[in-house]
Design a protein around this ligand. Structure first.
Ligand code: ADP
Ligand code: MG
Length: 327
């Protein structure tokens, strides 16, 4: 199939990949174990063991044809983004790729702790503490800042696509599902994205240009859900949800944010901003006082107020942009 022609069919897709696509049978090298790890719109993900090493992986099985359309290029785009992001510890690692007549199988690092979704909707004793969310938010932002520096937008950031290396004790995050990701060069029409209404930014609903700011909106929603257990825009039906989003109708009442710091609320407010150009960037978020508490006075540093978002501190992000943030 001519790669270039198909590559132009959807704006912003990257389909040039370096990973060898294996045509020998997956089952010759891996044994499926246990039950399904998860499933999405088109993929089934199963735990497997590599026979040669005994190591555990997650195999994502994706059909090349979906609803009668050839989706091989979408899968190659996903592989290309995973290759590009392999230097970042918070993006799931791609180990191998297999192709059959009907499917492409991505063999991924296994994030054994499952989706953060489960702990977002959990009861109080299982739910995240604010301290947990601060650490996880730093990791998500570190991964997303890496993508954005490389001109890639994820476009499907939600609790089902943020996984944990372990649930108890709470491990580190891994960002998965780059099926909707795009190069940012000139994306204006990515209209098939209306998949997960609750997390979609206002500009997507209005078919306006999307950018890295579109991911930042989703991170605002994600942080809200992780802290409160409630989805800020979810209405009784899709229409109500969309209206809530376009009006930025958000509940910041002390009732909803009981026991949560005002810096956390301030952080979310910097992201749930209708105008994408006025939304905080990933780098700005990493410098936000909520994620940079200074319990011990530092002789060379002035105390910061919430307004420091206007003057993002860049030294930290410039010196070690991709290293895990110690907690
Ligand atoms: P889709 O594009 O169909 O949404 P995803 O890549 O999001 O597919 O995978 C579907 C689900 O499978 C995820 O929400 C998660 O629960 C699980 N999953 C995906 N990748 C992994 C992984 N590397 N380790 C463990 N579970 C995974
Ligand atoms: Mg998914």
């Amino acid at each position: 199939m001519p790669n270039s022609a198909a590559a132009m069919s959807k704006t912003g897709m990257v389909t040039k990949i370096h990973t060898r696509i294996r045509a020998d049978p997956f089952s010759a090298h891996y044994e499926l174990v246990g039950k399904e790890l998860g499933r999405g719109k088109f993929a089934v993900v199963k735990k497997c063991i590599e026979k040669a090493t005994g190591k555990q992986y997650a195999a994502k099985f994706q059909r090349k044809r979906r609803k009668g359309a050839d989706c091989r290029m979408d899968i190659l785009n996903e592989i290309a983004v995973l290759e590009l992001a392999k230097a970042n510890p918070y993006v799931v690692a791609l180990h191998e790729v297999y192709e059959t007549s009907t499917e492409i199988i991505l063999v991924l690092e296994c994030a054994a702790g499952g989706e953060i979704f489960d702990q977002c909707v959990a009861d109080n004793d299982e739910a995240f503490t604010e301290k947990d969310v601060m650490r996880l938010a730093r990791q998500i932002l570190s991964g997303v800042a890496f993508l954005h520096r490389n001109n890639v937008v994820h476009l499907d950031l939600k609790p089902q696509n943020i996984l944990l290396t372990s649930a108890r004790p709470l491990g580190d995050i891994r960002i998965v599902d780059f099926g909707l990701s795009r190069r940012m060069d000139s994306i204006t029409e990515v209209r098939e994205i209306l998949g997960t209404p609750e997390y979609v930014a206002p500009e997507i609903l209005n078919y306006e240009p999307i950018s890295t700011a579109t991911d930042m909106w989703s991170i605002g929603v994600l942080t809200y859900v992780m802290l409160t257990g409630e989805s800020p825009f979810l209405g009784d039906d899709k229409q109500v949800t969309f209206l809530n989003i376009s009006q930025v109708n958000v509940d910041y009442s002390p009732d909803t944010f009981d026991g949560i710091s005002s810096l956390a609320v301030d952080f979310i407010k910097s992201l749930l901003v209708k105008n994408p150009r006025k939304r905080a960037t990933a780098e700005e978020c990493l410098s936000h006082p909520w994620l940079n508490p200074h319990p011990h006075p530092h002789p060379h540093r002035h105390a910061r107020s919430a307004s420091s978002l206007d003057e993002p501190e860049t030294s930290q992000s410039e010196s070690e942009p991709d290293s895990p943030v110690p907690s």
